[in-house]
Design a protein around this ligand. Structure first.
Ligand code: KIV
Ligand code: ZN
Length: 511
């Protein structure tokens, strides 16, 4: 019999701690819905005490997610735990995840607390959390550098207090598979009642070992893996969900457990997270990179044509590649459009939103023959972009570049109800467009990132642009999509400016 391996996704919490990856409530809701479709068991939706915006996003996610457990992180303080408890209240299945550091270096220099007080605080936090839910997770932050006897002591006490999942984090990405596996083996052998709780692993990727360490923990008794889509996360990131899940599935001969993940949703989820956060996926990234299943060498191509398994250990379609469906074109009707959105699990808020999305679809179909699922996802994102109150709205624009002369751009914006126009020169048409926008907006923002990805293949594909702007320590991502990448760039820039204007920007989620 195979055990269930719980997949705990922390893209919306640890993932969001990547610089510039902070998301709005609507963006988090879209990702949460997709994570549920993917079959994730636990969604860590945020850190309720970090800001009222975080708490609100967790609360909204808790209201709409039905199958996955919705979790909030909380430091081991009464204020944090109660904020988490309130945020997850509407959830069908809710969890509080409380943590405190247990390594000598953290206890002495960060917490300035004696070990005995750390244990007492952990126990107290679990008691507070149990007032809200039976599903309480406790993490010993920096467990990798914690003393083994101390870990045994604190885990023993929190089980007694009512914790149901014990998480062992490699907070700094320091461990190696052989050591991490051994740590789990010893903990499970030494902690009384270890068999009454779920043991969880949470690994960071500073030495590129996060997935390998997580799998070593699983081989030694862990039954929950904490991970993120595309390995997004603090510093070098967290264990990548797609790597852990596909290793378990592909090496059934080794692992005695299985996940409930619908692996065909892996690539769509990866693309959604990448487009919302503006973190591109490197082409050679395992599972979700554009080249992960591409065979370039003649010998490999020949082998695969003769017998696929000569060079392939997984099937691209099993992880959601090649599932691009040519859904519709210019002549498709409203009913077909609505049906395809439903199949994709896209929920639009009311008739007006469907009508607006359908109008954008018709617009796009005029420019592009084939509309793929990814185009529909982008259309919906554009709708969400439009929901951000539009202080700056693009009325018209033009850009011109020619060899031997400086590119120029003209933009006409509606600014708070009044039309304004500006012209500018730049290093390229995008640079000139941004300069023309700034000649009107004078936003005082700093451009941190500009990235373009084509949504599907082909030269008529839509370009999806992410622009990351910073102002006064705040960072926002703006998105825009269009078959003309200069127009997509202008849309993305204005979306970021509108977010700053509307106060949608959040401080960095890590307190
Ligand atoms: O890396 C870490 O230790 C964490 C904990 C809060 C679980 O993210
Ligand atoms: Zn972490």
């Amino acid at each position: 019999m195979t055990d269930k391996l719980i997949i705990f996704d922390t893209t919306l919490r640890d993932g969001e701690q990547s610089p510039g990856a902070s998301m709005t409530k609507e963006e988090k809701l879209r990702i949460a819905r997709q994570l549920e479709k993917l079959g994730v068991d636990v969604i860590e939706a945020g850190f309720a005490a970090a800001s009222p915006g975080d708490a609100d996003a967790i609360h909204s996610i808790a209201k709409v997610i039905e199958r996955s457990t919705v979790c909030s992180l909380a430091r081991a303080s009464e204020k944090d735990v109660r904020a988490a408890g309130e945020a997850i209240k509407p959830a069908k299945h809710g969890r509080i995840h409380t943590f405190i550091a247990t390594s000598p270096i953290h206890m002495q220099h960060k917490l300035r607390m004696a070990p005995v007080d750390v244990v007492a605080r952990a126990v107290q936090a679990v008691h507070w959390a149990r007032e809200y839910t039976d599903d309480v997770e406790f993490s010993a932050e920096d467990a990798v550098r914690s003393d083994m006897d101390f870990l045994v002591r604190i885990f023993t006490e929190v089980i007694r207090a009512g914790a149901t999942t014990l998480n062992v984090p490699d907070t700094v990405g320091y461990s190696l598979p052989v050591l991490w596996g051994e740590r789990f083996k010893q903990l499970i052998a030494r902690v009384p009642n270890a068999d009454k709780v779920i043991w969880s692993t949470h690994c960071h990727n500073d030495l590129g070992m996060a997935s390998a360490n997580s799998l070593a923990a699983v081989m030694n008794g862990a039954r929950q893996v904490e991970c993120t889509i595309n390995g997004l996360g603090e510093r070098a990131g967290n264990a990548a969900l797609e790597e852990v899940v596909m290793a378990i599935k592909t090496r059934r001969d080794i692992f005695t457990c299985d996940t409930g993940i619908d692996t065909t949703q892996i690539v769509p989820t990866s693309k959604l997270v990448s487009s919302i956060t503006g973190y591109p996926v490197q082409p050679n990234k395992s599972i979700v990179g554009a080249n992960a299943f591409a065979h370039e060498s003649g010998i490999h191509q020949d082998g695969v044509l003769k017998h696929r398994q000569t060079y392939e250990i997984m099937r691209a379609e099993d992880v959601g590649w090649g599932a691009n469906k040519m859904v519709m074109g210019k002549h498709s009707g409203r009913a077909a459009f609505r049906a395809r959105l439903q199949e994709l699990g896209i929920v639009l808020d009311g008739e007006a939103a469907v009508n607006a999305a359908f109008a954008r679809f018709k617009d796009l179909a005029d420019k592009k023959h084939e509309i793929f699922d990814e185009d529909l996802q982008a259309l919906v994102s554009e709708g969400e972009v439009a929901q951000v109150s539009e202080h700056y709205r693009l009325v018209a624009m033009g850009a011109h570049s020619e060899t031997g002369s400086s590119p120029v751009a003209r933009v006409v914006l509606n600014v708070g109800g009044k039309e304004q126009q500006a012209d500018a020169q730049g290093g390229g048409p995008v640079d000139a467009t941004f300069k023309a926008i700034e000649a009107i907006a004078h936003s005082g923002t700093e451009l941190l990132l500009y990235s373009v990805n084509n949504i599907t293949s082909g030269t008529d594909a839509q370009g999806e642009v992410t622009v990351r702007l910073a102002k006064g320590g705040r960072v926002v991502n703006g998105q825009g999509a269009d078959t003309d990448i200069v127009v997509a760039s202008a849309k993305a820039y204005l979306n970021a400016l509108n977010k700053i204007q509307a106060g949608l920007q959040r401080s960095h989620p890590q307190l």
